[in-house]
Design a protein around this ligand. Structure first.
Ligand SMILES: Cc1ncc(COP(=O)(O)O)c(C=O)c1O
Length: 471
């Protein structure tokens, strides 16, 4: 008989164990296909995890977007859908909730985040304008470009270094921003594009001090700040944890303060807000609101539903209130961190510090023998699926796309494979299976040869591109 005394994971990690602030009352079966089946499914999907059928996936870490489990309260709210074409009660509930928690004056619902990105870009960007921001996001930048603008990255240098332990790698470098203002002039800048947390940097937060200083600089030049609030609640957790003076403040209070330094926000409610569909644009200036309220009728639907059913708006209003509860955010980020701690302890290269919504495997260090043209992050996502049916996604050269001016590939400093954790969906046991699979793929890294792109769509190519293995 073994003389070892069994230990819980918490004990092994030298801390008391914690648990999620909910219990499960409905389950959805999942299954792991055998290796032959996975090889076939991946080949059929052109080695792009976006093209896999979800029934062929075991643990789905493709995205945290629209993949949350809703609460019993949210499902009950769905039954209260007021499906009137105009003036639905659920819209007014949603509007009040956004005003209460995010603090903006005017609200327009949209079907999801990119609907809101489209509206704000069309409303305020004129051809030739420049939009500085803290690292690009795929859909955000595309809408800025389609409106005739040019995105300029003004994030701090540490954000591009996956090993930097900077606590707020999402911060804007105010000197870089000042240089852009000096070069093009404030009149050519429709707004500063601020995201919290920064998805492409690894879910990294922006500090309150940084947004405060940004406000002061923008006031000097009469510039507006629009916030990508998609994961702003998670950003607030990091402020509470890391920034002096915020440890005793609730997430909800921190959120109101942060948004108060900005002029408006767009939101993919499919993330923080715990719904499967939805988004919004909220703004303080009546003149911009007038424009977007008119545009929404063209592209999304009437301004009191914006492409959403009444029931969706109700679930969203309830989800927002649940999303800012401290114990919810702590356990959500705690689960991401748990996976990150296992991989860090096993010396698997990941972006540090672990961010809010995902673990980002550092494909450049994972596969140092693969040049970026051999698509290391895309390859790693494919290898992980082959090993265990775990689905992640590429955030590297494929996601970065081509420069619209030169037509050449962009070569981002970060070449990452994202394992995104849906909210309130998986257990610690699922995280253990994922960690062991990543470790197995890491141990077999020398045999891997890379992929080549064989089909490339024009827009947001990572969603639909097809690849073939290099032998
Ligand atoms: C930071 C960020 N902004 C905007 C979006 C776009 O939102 P949606 O997918 O709802 O259109 C996303 C979605 O992944 C995102 O992560």
């Amino acid at each position: 008989m073994s003389t070892l005394i069994p230990q819980t994971m918490g004990q092994q990690m030298g801390r008391r164990s914690w648990a999620e602030p909910w219990k499960i009352k409905m389950v959805e079966p999942i299954r792991m296909m055998d290796r032959r089946g996975r090889e076939q499914a991946l080949a059929d999907a052109g080695y792009n995890t976006f093209l896999l059928r979800s029934q062929d996936v075991y643990i789905d870490l493709l995205t945290d977007s629209g993949t949350s489990a809703m609460s019993d309260r949210q499902w009950a709210g769905m039954m209260l859908g007021d499906e009137a074409y105009a003036g639905s009660q659920n819209f007014y509930h949603l509007e009040e909730t956004i005003q209460q928690y995010y603090g903006y004056r005017y609200v327009v619902p949209t079907h999801q985040g990119r609907g809101a990105e489209h509206l704000i870009s069309q409303a305020v960007i004129k051809p030739g304008m420049v939009i500085p921001g803290n690292m690009y996001f795929t859909t955000t930048r595309l809408h800025q470009e389609l409106a005739g603008g040019r995105f300029v990255d003004v994030i701090i240098d540490e954000a591009h270094d996956p090993t930097s332990q900077h606590p707020f790698k999402g911060n804007i470098d105010l000197n870089k921003l000042q240089a852009v203002i000096d070069e093009v002039g404030a009149a050519q800048i429709p707004y500063v594009s601020l995201a919290g947390t920064v998805n492409m940097a690894g879910g990294q937060p922006v500090s309150m001090a940084n947004v405060r200083d940004l406000r002061a600089l923008c006031d000097k030049h009469n510039l507006r700040i629009y916030l990508d609030a998609t994961r702003m609640v998670e950003n607030c957790f990091f402020i509470q944890e890391r920034e002096a003076g915020y440890a005793d403040k609730p997430i909800a209070t921190i959120l109101r303060e942060f948004c108060g330094y900005t002029d408006g926000a767009w939101m993919s409610a499919k993330k923080d807000s715990l719904v499967n569909i939805g988004g919004w644009l909220a703004i303080n200036q009546a003149d911009v609101f007038d424009v977007v309220r008119n545009l929404v009728v063209v592209y999304e639907g009437l301004h009191t539903y914006g492409g959403l059913a009444g029931r969706d708006m109700e679930a969203l209003a309830i989800g927002i209130a649940e999303s800012v509860q401290d114990e919810h955010v702590r356990s959500r980020i705690g689960q991401v961190r748990y996976l990150g701690e296992l991989l860090t302890d096993w010396c698997v290269p990941i972006v540090q510090p672990v961010g809010g919504h995902a673990i980002f495997l550092d494909a450049k260090r994972f596969y140092p023998h693969l040049a970026q043209d051999l698509l290391p992050a895309q390859t790693l996502a494919a290898e992980l699926y082959l090993d265990s049916g775990v689905r992640g996604m590429e955030r590297g050269i494929v996601s970065a796309g081509r420069d619209p001016q030169t037509g050449s590939h962009r070569y981002p400093a970060l070449e990452l494979t994202r394992l995104t954790i849906p909210r309130r969906v998986y257990t610690q046991a699922h995280m253990d299976v994922v960690a062991e699979s990543v470790k197995a793929v890491y141990e077999a890294r020398d045999q891997v040869r890379g992929l080549t792109m064989v089909y490339e769509p024009e827009y947001l190519r990572f969603f639909q591109a097809r690849f073939a293995p290099i032998y």
